[in-house]
Design a protein around this ligand. Structure first.
Ligand SMILES: *[C@@H]1O[C@H](CO)[C@@H](O)[C@H](O)[C@H]1NC(C)=O
Ligand SMILES: *[C@@H]1O[C@H](CO)[C@@H](O)[C@H](O)[C@H]1NC(C)=O
Ligand SMILES: *[C@@H]1O[C@H](CO)[C@@H](O)[C@H](O)[C@H]1NC(C)=O
Ligand SMILES: *[C@@H]1O[C@H](CO)[C@@H](O)[C@H](O)[C@H]1NC(C)=O
Ligand SMILES: *[C@@H]1O[C@H](CO)[C@@H](O)[C@H](O)[C@H]1NC(C)=O
Ligand SMILES: *[C@@H]1O[C@H](CO)[C@@H](O)[C@H](O)[C@H]1NC(C)=O
Ligand SMILES: *[C@@H]1O[C@H](CO)[C@@H](O)[C@H](O)[C@H]1NC(C)=O
Ligand SMILES: *[C@@H]1O[C@H](CO)[C@@H](O)[C@H](O)[C@H]1NC(C)=O
Length: 678
């Protein structure tokens, strides 16, 4: 907290030091535009274990022995207990389901004693005492006795942190699901742990052993959802206050080749009916996080879903012919009906049958992903010629209320119908992002866009995609993202939203360094990147109407800004400094604010090294957040100073004057609060 006096003194001292550099900003009370209600959002796909082994809370890897052409069935993640036990993949005549044709047979070769199998999770498992882990598995084979499920160390003596006995209901000729709750009595010292399931070989009829499938274990999930999300990671994203969730991609929507696209219809219903998918990031995905799980995530975030529908392009550049495209148009309409149709519609009825009678509302549908990129120019020509028009016409006819989004934007040379929004994905250097501060100024209502992905990816001097990618978000890059966002937020009536990508990465398997959050099995390694801090500050201060700002020196550089009103009757000004050799003193006059009005200034600053990162292993945060209370001076101006590479948000306590409180008698004399009505 800084008193009025010290603020004034600090202001005077700075003014004396750097009078030449002082920037006077004046925020006008009227003349702005209503902003998009979904400006800051999130985008999610299962990129390098951000779904499986990431935000999807399942702890068991390869839980159902799913396979595809690209990924043959395997025993990855599984080991026998003891080592002499045989684990064998089998394609039984009567599998658990047609979606899951393989299972594992566990046999001790006639020897007595406890045998079983263990799963090493996604590079380990976090085990915490007094926590309820919800486990389940399917088993086939006549067995009298109990199973033991244990969370135990993978190292040394394999210390057991908790275990539970599960009475067998297993029979010879069918699959029986067993469910249990395991509450460890001890914290594991690290995440090198396994789930072990054992049984007494003597209790098995015959010598054939038992068959297992769909072995699952969930820690408590975010908002207590069954088949839900990992709490610490879900909270990290909720903290950003996202207003939309774009899914399921991104590349994951498209698939590597024609035919390996994300099949929404195979990601719904009981887990045993989901065959899994290739994904597009070099590992198979379980699709446990399916269409409905994404919708529930959006619900829990109170965010609008932006549903990406497959539009007939694969990452290898192959695309559907005109005749083939019709099938996928109908398929997308079916998907939309599955989510939004009432129970009298064919697909709405299917949703209800799965236990979700209440239809969702979807206001935004994106047609494809980056259709300007893979296989261009012919694939892009096909998008312009028939792929996009077919989807557009079909949705317009059936669901005219939906805001359609084309996957290219005006910046990719796409000329969309005036009622369609584009999607722009600038991945740039810091200078490149700052240079684009005003890029969206000339957008009109006819060429509105979403920024469905963006990040600072290359250090300055990097040669776009030929140059080196950065290994992590770094402070200068994050400030540049802020500046780009401030520029676009000034145009938030025509830029409908913006989100960072990729959202998260697993420390054990990644290629792209850029991310908001890094994670591993060990929750202590969860790390918020420098960009996370910036996006959170900007996302938590929602401008509902922009306001014009005039600047004394007539130029933006090195101080960048956007101003507007919030829905809480306050005025918000977001600012950032880039390429300044000295701190920038600011006199910020908000014309609708009277002398004596209080404001809160939150400032993010970084270390001296612009390349500093938040390293998960050092567990330090290089971003410093400072909160200062300011009071508007006689002329209604707030005076403060912002250092090089900083991002700040000032929010007044309320708009208009603070009235004439007793202590302020006379102060506001002659001045009338200029209250604005929205
Ligand atoms: C509001 O929108 C109009 C029309 O696009 C534009 O000319 C004006 O500059 C905008 N005002 C602000 C404060 O962005
Ligand atoms: C155990 O897990 C931690 C992560 O929690 C990892 O850093 C460490 O290398 C692991 N130790 C062994 C012996 O595998
Ligand atoms: C899901 O839809 C695709 C595309 O129409 C189709 O090829 C596939 O067979 C469907 N899957 C199931 C299980 O019906
Ligand atoms: C494109 O996909 C079709 C259908 O899967 C296939 O027959 C064709 O060989 C593919 N073309 C290329 C160039 O990969
Ligand atoms: C920042 O400063 C550097 C060095 O003077 C210059 O090359 C670069 O163009 C500047 N970037 C911006 C966005 O002003
Ligand atoms: C952005 O500002 C630069 C420098 O003032 C100017 O040359 C450019 O035309 C502006 N771009 C837009 C889209 O207004
Ligand atoms: C957007 O469309 C208008 C015409 O409506 C055009 O003048 C303008 O150049 C377009 N903006 C961009 C960035 O192409
Ligand atoms: C994902 O991980 C795999 C395996 O480590 C790697 O080959 C691939 O390049 C990674 N992809 C991304 C986008 O990080």
């Amino acid at each position: 907290m800084v008193s009025l006096k010290s603020t004034l003194l600090a202001g005077l001292a700075l003014a004396a030091q750097q009078a030449v550099l002082a920037v006077d900003l004046a925020v006008k009370p009227t003349g702005g535009n209503k902003t998009s209600p979904i400006f800051y959002g999130l985008m999610h796909e299962d990129i390098n274990n951000s779904g499986d082994g990431g935000i999807y809370a399942e702890l068991i890897r390869n839980r159902a022995f799913q396979s595809s052409l690209k990924y043959p069935v395997s025993l990855d993640g599984w080991t026998p207990i003891p080592a002499t036990t045989t684990l064998e993949l089998k394609k039984l005549a009567s599998p658990l389901s047609s979606a899951l044709p393989y299972s594992v047979s566990v046999s001790g070769g006639g020897k007595a004693g406890k045998i079983g199998l263990a799963n090493s999770g996604f590079w380990g498992m976090d085990v915490k005492a007094a926590t309820r882990y919800a486990g389940s598995f399917y088993v086939r084979g006549a067995y009298k006795g109990a199973f033991t499920a244990s969370l135990q160390s993978a190292l040394g003596e394999k210390e057991v942190f908790g275990s539970v006995e599960v009475q067998s209901k297993s029979v010879a000729d069918g699959w029986t699901q067993h469910e249990y709750v395991l509450v460890p009595v001890k914290n594991a010292p690290n995440s090198n742990n396994t789930l072990a399931i054992t049984f007494d070989a003597a209790g098995v009829e015959g010598t054939g052993g038992l068959d297992f499938n769909l072995v699952s274990l969930f820690p408590p999930t975010w908002k207590g959802r069954k088949n839900g999300l990992r709490v610490d990671l879900a909270e990290a994203f909720a903290a950003l206050n996202p207003k939309f969730l774009r899914f399921p991609g991104g590349n994951m929507l498209m698939g590597h080749t024609l035919g390996t696209f994300w099949r929404w219809n195979e990601t719904i219903g009981p887990l045993k009916d989901r065959p899994g998918s290739d994904g597009t990031w070099e590992y198979p995905i379980s699709t446990g996080m399916g269409l409905i799980e994404y919708m529930e995530w959006a619900d829990d975030l109170k965010a609008e879903p932006i549903l990406g529908v497959y539009a007939g392009l694969a990452l290898d550049g192959n695309y559907t012919s005109e005749a083939e495209t019709d099938h996928f148009v109908q398929w997308a309409l079916d998907e939309f009906e599955f989510l939004t149709g009432d129970v009298s519609t064919p697909w709405g009825a299917k949703r209800a049958a799965l236990g979700y009678p209440k239809p969702w509302t979807i206001k935004y549908v994106e047609i494809g992903n980056e259709d300007w990129l893979a296989g261009r120019p012919t694939s892009y020509d096909a998008y312009k010629a028939y792929r996009f028009p077919k989807f557009y016409n079909a949705f317009k006819a059936k669901h005219p209320q939906v805001q359609l989004i084309a996957s290219p934007s005006v910046y990719d040379g796409f000329v969309a119908p005036a009622d369609v929004v584009g999607d722009w994905h600038p991945y740039l250097t810091p200078d490149g992002l700052v240079d684009r501060f005003n890029r969206t100024d000339r957008l009109t209502q006819a060429n509105r866009t979403l920024i469905g992905e963006t990040a600072a990816t290359h250090p300055n001097g990097g040669l776009a995609w030929d140059g080196p990618l950065a290994s992590n978000p770094w402070w200068q890059g994050s400030v540049a993202e802020a500046i780009f966002l401030l520029g676009t937020e000034r145009n938030a009536d025509r830029v409908i939203g913006a989100c960072y990508a990729p959202q998260m990465r697993n420390l054990n398997r990644w290629q792209w360094g850029m991310t908001l959050v890094q994670h591993a099995a060990d929750t202590a390694l969860t790390t918020y990147s420098t960009s996370w801090h910036v996006w959170k500050l900007l996302g938590q201060h929602v401008i509902t109407k922009t306001l014009p700002v005039t600047v004394s020196n007539g130029k933006i550089n090195p101080l960048y800004f956007v101003a507007g009103d919030s829905e809480h009757d306050t005025t918000i000004v977001k600012l950032a400094v880039y390429n300044s050799t000295t701190p920038v003193p600011v006199n910020l006059k908000i014309e609708s604010v009277e002398a004596g009005t209080a404001a809160t200034l939150i400032t993010l600053t970084g270390p001296a090294d612009p390349y500093a990162i938040n390293d998960p292993f050092l567990r330090t945060n290089v971003v410093k957040e400072t909160t200062t209370k300011l009071v508007a001076g006689e002329d209604g101006a707030f005076t403060f100073s912002l250092p090089q590479l900083s991002v700040a948000v000032l929010e007044t306590e309320k708009k208009g004057g603070k009235g004439k409180g007793k202590g302020d008698e006379g102060k506001g004399k002659g001045k009338k609060a200029r209250r604005m009505n929205m």
